[in-house]
Design a protein around this ligand. Structure first.
Ligand code: F6P
Length: 545
């Protein structure tokens, strides 16, 4: 891959710059010229209907973007990923989260070894364990049934299972309690366990490396809490399981490796919740639903692998993002789900996207002279409408957004609450329309608005959105959505020629925190602190007295 030219030096990049400089009509004109774009600019994958008609693009823009993808060999890198090549070059690792949802009879090789049997062996062990916890066959140390499951992990070992648990709440064992602890702030663990009975509580310690200070610290405190109540070291074996790639560290911590569910270094943390890291989720929704979710992932994997560029949803979404990020100076991307159950979806995507593509050197180590990953942000749409949408509509920034909604609410809602669903979705459709087409000064005047208020009540429009519509938020649909974004992030990283699978940028803060901690707890001198931080540490110590 060392012969990969910098994307900005490609003629395809220059062609897009030129196309942009020519100026494109706004969305009103684009639709007036070609109303058929409402049908033509839609791509289907699995149960997802992805409408990209409200983007500032023409057939020519899309063609030029696809040419950029071809010139940067996005599909070549995609195929290398699916083949198990070590495309995470800075860590010298394969990138094979797609193998986690491969069919039982598939063959995916890493260094000549088919990894699929091991993936399914772990899934089967997880299913057996989850089934025993759910049925009450797996009991706590004192023989009481497990009613509470507390996942302790951070980053990819937390956000995925926590997001998916919320998303699939309607499918969860409602007679059990599930909590997710990530923050090293003791308040997080305190609030998660303060009302739980240790005899009925299972801790699932999730950490790929099993060296992450937040997780190890919280797990140690959880063990202390358990042992204070049960007063028998042997209780740990019934109340702690580990999800990790690092059996040695799991054993060092005191968890029997018989109670460890394994995954592999070719699974990135932020791509891991469909691995053993999903155990808490599997206990919550049951093995069958978990497998349905994996099937959903696989539908999109297959689509990404085989769909032609014109109809390849992750490719299109990735390229549209590049159009705004690199050719319109857009700094951020909003993901706005119109579903309460997707309340943690954007937070999950923040790690997926920003930890993957927040890079400033390319795969060859050269500083990039082009913008890489955007700031990803957002919360459920209706709440956002009454908070920050003002800035999207009338602020000075261009913020492309994804609107995600469902045709049906979950079956469990009462008829009265189901009736609210149309209002929810009306908001999604209305926002897409308002953002795209705005309101002209003449339209405002026609409403009798006094002239001095016309500028204030005018909406410029031309705010691009993708609308992702699915029938219902099922486990399969959740898998489809996550895989869609995983591959979208992949596409962008490939075009930008960055390694989307390492995360060296999180290391410095970790090292410094370890260095600063003794200054806080023991009052030790910390050599090398900058004057500002040294003053902060001094103020902290002074007030702590
Ligand atoms: O600090 C970042 C990170 O390494 C993430 O990439 C990862 O998901 C998270 O920490 C947790 O790591 P682990 O699963 O090894 O505890």
């Amino acid at each position: 891959m060392s012969d990969v030219p910098e994307p900005t030096r490609l003629p395809e990049w220059a062609a897009l710059e030129q196309h942009r400089a020519q100026g494109l009509p706004g969305l009103r004109d684009l639709f007036a010229d070609d109303p058929s774009r409402a049908e033509r600019y839609v791509v289907h994958v699995g149960d997802l209907r992805i409408d990209y008609s409200k983007h500032l693009v023409t057939d020519e823009t899309l063609r030029l973007l696809r040419e950029l993808a071809a010139a940067t060999d996005v599909f070549g890198l995609r195929d290398a990923m699916f083949r198990g090549e070590r495309i995470n070059t800075t860590e010298d690792r394969a990138v094979l989260h797609t193998a986690l949802r491969a069919a039982r009879d598939a063959v995916v090789e890493v260094d000549g070894e088919n990894v699929v049997p091991a993936v399914h062996a772990v899934l089967d062990r997880m299913a057996d364990f989850a089934g025993r916890v759910r049925s009450g066959e797996w009991t706590g140390h004192t023989g009481r049934r497990i009613r509470n499951v507390v996942n302790i992990g951070i980053g990819g070992s937390d956000l995925g299972p926590a997001m998916a648990y919320e998303a699939l709440r309607a499918y969860t064992a409602r007679d059990m309690v599930f909590r997710f602890v990530s923050n090293v702030d003791g308040a997080d663990l305190h609030e998660a366990i303060r009302d739980l009975d240790p005899e009925e509580t299972l801790f699932v310690v999730a950490s790929k490396t099993f060296t992450t200070i937040e997780t190890v610290t919280n797990a140690t405190s959880a063990r202390t809490w358990l042992l204070e109540a049960l007063k028998d070291e042997a209780a740990v074996a019934r109340h702690f399981v580990a999800l990790s790639t690092n059996a040695g560290k799991v054993a060092d911590f005191g968890i029997d490796t018989a109670n460890m569910f394994e995954f592999w270094d070719w699974v990135g943390g932020r791509y891991s919740y469909d691995s053993a890291i999903g155990l808490s989720l599997m206990i919550a929704i049951g093995p069958d639903r978990f497998r349905e979710m994996l099937d959903g992932f696989r539908i999109v994997d297959e689509h990404f692998r085989t769909a032609p560029p014109e109809a390849n949803a992750p490719l299109l979404m990735g390229l549209l993002g590049i159009w705004y990020n690199n050719f319109h100076d857009a700094q951020s991307h909003a993901v706005l789900p119109y579903s309460h159950y997707l309340s943690k979806f954007t937070a999950y995507l923040q790690q997926l996207d920003m930890e993957s593509n927040g890079k400033s050197v390319d795969r060859q180590g050269r500083p990039v002279e082009w913008q890489t990953g955007p700031v990803v942000w957002g919360t459920p749409g209706t709440n956002g409408q009454h908070a920050y949408y003002q800035l999207i509509h009338q602020g000075t920034k261009l913020i492309p957004a994804d609107l995600i909604g469902f045709v049906r609410p979950i079956a469990e809602l009462s008829d009265g609450l189901k009736a609210q669903h149309d209002l929810l979705m009306a908001n999604l459709f209305a926002q897409g329309q308002a953002l795209a087409f705005g309101k002209t000064p003449d339209e405002v005047r026609a409403e009798g608005v006094p002239e001095e208020l016309v500028p204030h009540k005018t909406f410029r429009g031309d705010h691009p959105t993708t609308t992702i519509l699915a029938t219902e938020l099922t486990p399969s649909v959740l898998g489809q959505l996550v895989a869609l974004y995983e591959h979208k992030v992949f596409v962008q990283g490939a075009v930008w020629n960055i390694d989307s699978f390492d995360q060296w940028g999180v290391e410095l803060g970790k090292v410094l925190a370890k260095r600063v901690e003794p200054a806080l707890t023991e009052g030790a001198d910390v050599p090398g602190l900058d004057p500002s931080t040294a003053a902060l540490v001094a103020a902290y110590r002074e007030r702590r007295k």
